[in-house]
Design a protein around this ligand. Structure first.
Ligand code: NAD
Ligand code: TDX
Length: 332
């Protein structure tokens, strides 16, 4: 089996590369990544070059993506602009990569008759009230809020259209918020951990009541593998592990695990259009494909993630200053 992993030098893509490298030693992996500010070759360093190849390229580049797709059996498409805050002050790269880039991949898999697994987010469904008993299910209508989530929703709809109109072999997964090693320090959990490690206070947007449904990146990877091996073509699967927590609880837990006063954080300006709550119903993946998450204890998974950032300062330091300068401009 030869797989092309777009965005494989980013956070979730690199966790997936490590997972497949370990779990499927007879598969060959080609990572295709532009190495934007969010991509880092260090994330996939030290792997056997006979088993993992790397191509630096842009998924919007028709010729480059066409040649890479021609060479493999399956494409697993992670590459995206992924940060909501960035999409609010500079939406154009989100339209280019998330929509046009996905279009180029669809055209390449259509031309070469290859299978595509498209990685998406629960944010395409919009948000839920705090007391809404219904969680997101695959047939829920799309209702995205931000330039990020709307471009991801657009990419999902292109994938569905190529499946129906051109009979392209596709599966889609929409996952909840991931945490784990190699996550860029612009994102919530690594930002708070590294703020504390640099001697500053964590920064909570607004009241901190917003709820995210946390899943460890390795559980996301095992969900994708289950879909690749056992999923039904044309189907959408939701990936989540019942990890709902509000942001205040998460910040307080990070402070506690780092031996600090759990209430020693700042409230900063809220994100415009800030989604209130996400929650995934993953029963289709569990009952139809027999998937089970491993990291069911959030405290334990978070502790391991904190330990990773403590041990890997050389990895995150180079991103940190530029990230905080961007946040300073936004007043967050
Ligand atoms: P990330 O920002 O950490 O990584 C994105 C990767 O894509 C980087 O390596 C970057 O260099 C690469 N990339 C960006 N533009 C590219 C282009 N034009 N051509 C080639 N490569 C390009 O993102 P992530 O958090 O790892 O997210 C990966 C995927 O998972 C995305 O599709 C995202 O929408 C989805 N997702 C993320 C989460 C989450 O919690 N982070 C949850 C659900 C779904
Ligand atoms: O400093 C912060 N303080 C804060 O309170 C940051 C960076 C975030 N937040 C809040 C905003 C959100 O409610 O924390 C929550 C999580 O924020 P992000 O890490 O930016 O994630 P989110 O906007 O929920 O989107 C993430 O999950 C779904 C990923 O970035 C997306 O790529 C994925 O699709």
């Amino acid at each position: 089996m030869r797989i092309l992993v777009t965005g494989g030098a980013g956070f979730i893509g690199s966790n997936f590369v490590h997972y497949i490298y370990r779990e499927r030693p007879d598969w060959h992996i080609t990572v295709f990544d532009k190495l934007t500010y969010a991509g880092n070759r260090e994330n996939i360093a030290g792997l056997d070059e006979n088993r993992v190849a790397f191509i630096q390229g842009d998924i919007c580049d028709e010729a480059a993506i066409d040649a890479a797709v021609a060479d493999v059996d399956v494409v697993v498409h992670f590459a995206a602009e992924s940060h909501n805050d960035n999409s609010l002050h500079s939406p154009r790269p989100f339209v280019d990569t998330n929509i046009v880039g996905t279009y180029q991949i669809l055209e390449a898999v259509r031309k070469h008759g290859k299978r595509l697994h498209h990685i998406s987010t629960d944010e395409v469904y919009g948000d839920l009230e705090l007391d809404d008993p219904a969680k997101f299910t695959p047939d829920r209508p799309y209702n995205p809020s931000s330039p990020y989530s709307s471009t991801k929703a657009g990419s999902d709809l292109l994938v569905r259209a190529w499946a129906r109109s051109f009979k392209v072999a596709v599966t889609i997964s929409n996952c909840s918020n991931n945490y784990g090693p190699y996550q860029h320090v612009e994102k919530f959990i690594p930002r708070q951990i590294t703020e504390i490690l640099e001697g500053r206070k964590p920064k909570l947007y607004g009241s901190g009541e917003n709820v995210r449904d946390w899943i460890h990146a390795e559980d996301h990877s095992s969900g994708i593998l289950a879909i690749l091996e056992k999923g039904t073509l044309g189907e959408t699967y939701l990936v989540g592990s019942n990890g709902e927590k509000n942001n205040k609880e998460v910040v307080e837990l990070i402070l506690e695990l780092l031996g600090k006063d759990p209430h020693d954080y700042d409230h900063v300006n809220d994100r415009p259009g800030h989604d209130l709550r996400y929650a995934i119903d993953a029963s289709k993946l569990i009952t139809e494909l027999g998937w089970q998450p491993k990291y069911t204890d959030f405290r334990e998974g978070l502790k391991a993630t904190i330990d990773w950032y403590v041990a890997n300062e050389a990895w995150w330091k180079p991103q940190k200053q530029a990230t905080e300068e961007k946040y300073k401009e936004l007043g967050r």
